[in-house]
Design a protein around this ligand. Structure first.
Ligand SMILES: Cc1ncc(COP(=O)(O)O)c(C=O)c1O
Length: 368
């Protein structure tokens, strides 16, 4: 059967290597996974109880309109329920945005080194990808993006992860507002992907919801996979004007967010202690990792997220494999065009220590 060349040439998203697989392959009993920007602690008691309670009704379909979940999220984000659509992870929402707004031959615009899922989703939908080179320190060049937008009328969606994965870099309110002087005038949707929003400490960071309330064509993606620690349940939310949520609701699978996930998210949104705990663990972990990298003389990018991108000075894939033998999973980013870099997701203090010890060993082997 004939298959579109874009599908045949598609390179699937490569997730962080699972712990179980690494144990099996290397005959290890202990493995530390710091490869998928996950939350290092498990769900709280409140979340566990909510999930257990929801299990009792598992014979029923979930609430397709996610009424209670919307109410809880509406309180947390301070937006009205009509402006929200949930997805099976924010990844599904990226796909749905493409499905609604792009036809084959249209284009999305992204920055170099930005989260790879946008590119994969676009290619899968036969949508072109316009990628704008970054400035120094892999910072997004929003001015160049604005210039490109002025001369290209095929662009329908602009994906701006802020902070970005895998770099941890962010852009400021001033930069964004300057960009919007061009983008607000055009028939495009600007998607602020704020997967790591709760880890941000920079005070000139542009809050997406505020921007959405200011500009008609700005929408925001958030996820429950990071600070809330519910990556395995797959819940993301798109916050957008009703004209957008209405269209997404027409094309999404009616039961895309399961009932256990809905219950857990409601509990998580009400569990401020858990959120604070994860923030504290993350921020102190970032300091721990950064000071280690400094001691080792390794270059890294400043981060506003729960991971640090660093230059190992050797082929990332080789460092990755050597670390695996020592029971540590980091993420090489060769697929992003950064062959000597690795992304280190913040773990618990002891997990970071294990990774440091292994990396020191690996680098000394490679240097000799
Ligand atoms: C920038 C960014 N957006 C979206 C996602 C997808 O998150 P999820 O599908 O788990 O909600 C990720 C995951 O790593 C990410 O880094």
């Amino acid at each position: 059967m004939k298959v579109a060349p874009e599908i045949l040439s598609l390179v699937p998203y490569s997730p962080g290597k699972p712990i179980s697989e690494t144990k099996r392959e290397y005959g290890l009993s202990e493995v530390v996974k710091l490869a998928s920007n996950e939350c290092p602690i498990g769900p709280s008691q409140k979340m566990m109880e909510a999930m257990t309670e929801a299990l009792k009704d598992i014979n029923r379909y979930p609430d397709g309109a996610a009424f209670e979940l919307k109410r809880a999220m509406s309180k947390y984000l301070k937006v009205s329920p009509e402006k929200m659509v949930f997805g099976n992870g924010s990844n599904e929402l990226i796909d749905l945005l493409l499905k609604v707004y792009c036809r084959p031959g249209d284009a999305i615009m992204i920055s170099e080194y930005s989260f790879i899922a946008y590119k994969i989703s676009a290619q899968a939908s036969s949508v072109d990808v316009i990628e704008i080179p970054t400035r120094a320190q892999m910072k997004f060049d929003l001015a160049a993006m604005a210039t490109t937008l002025e001369s290209n009328d095929k662009i329908r969606l602009i994906f701006l992860p802020n902070p970005n994965n895998p770099t941890g870099e962010y852009f400021s309110t001033t930069e964004f507002k300057e960009f919007m002087k061009t983008a607000a005038e055009r028939d495009v949707l600007v998607v602020l992907d704020e997967a790591y929003r709760e880890f941000v400490r920079a005070d000139n960071y542009p809050d997406g919801i505020e921007q959405m309330n200011t500009y008609d064509n700005v929408v925001v993606l958030r996820t429950m996979s990071k600070v809330f620690g519910l990556a395995g349940l797959r819940v993301g939310v798109l916050v957008a004007p009703e004209s957008v949520t209405d269209l997404i609701n027409r094309v999404r699978n009616p039961f895309n967010v399961n009932s256990i996930a809905q219950a857990a998210v409601i509990a998580a949104l009400g569990d401020k202690d858990h959120l604070k705990r994860v923030q504290v663990i993350t921020w102190s972990g970032v300091e721990q990792i950064e000071s280690y990298l400094k001691r080792q003389g390794l270059r890294f990018l400043p981060t506003q997220a729960n991971f640090v991108l660093f230059d190992a000075g050797f082929e990332g894939d080789v460092v990755f494999k050597e670390l695996l033998k020592r029971g540590v999973i980091l993420r090489p980013v060769t697929n992003y065009g950064l062959p000597t870099y690795l992304r280190w997701s913040v773990g618990l203090h002891d997990e970071n220590e294990v990774a440091m010890k292994a990396l020191t060993e690996v680098l000394s082997v490679l240097r000799n």
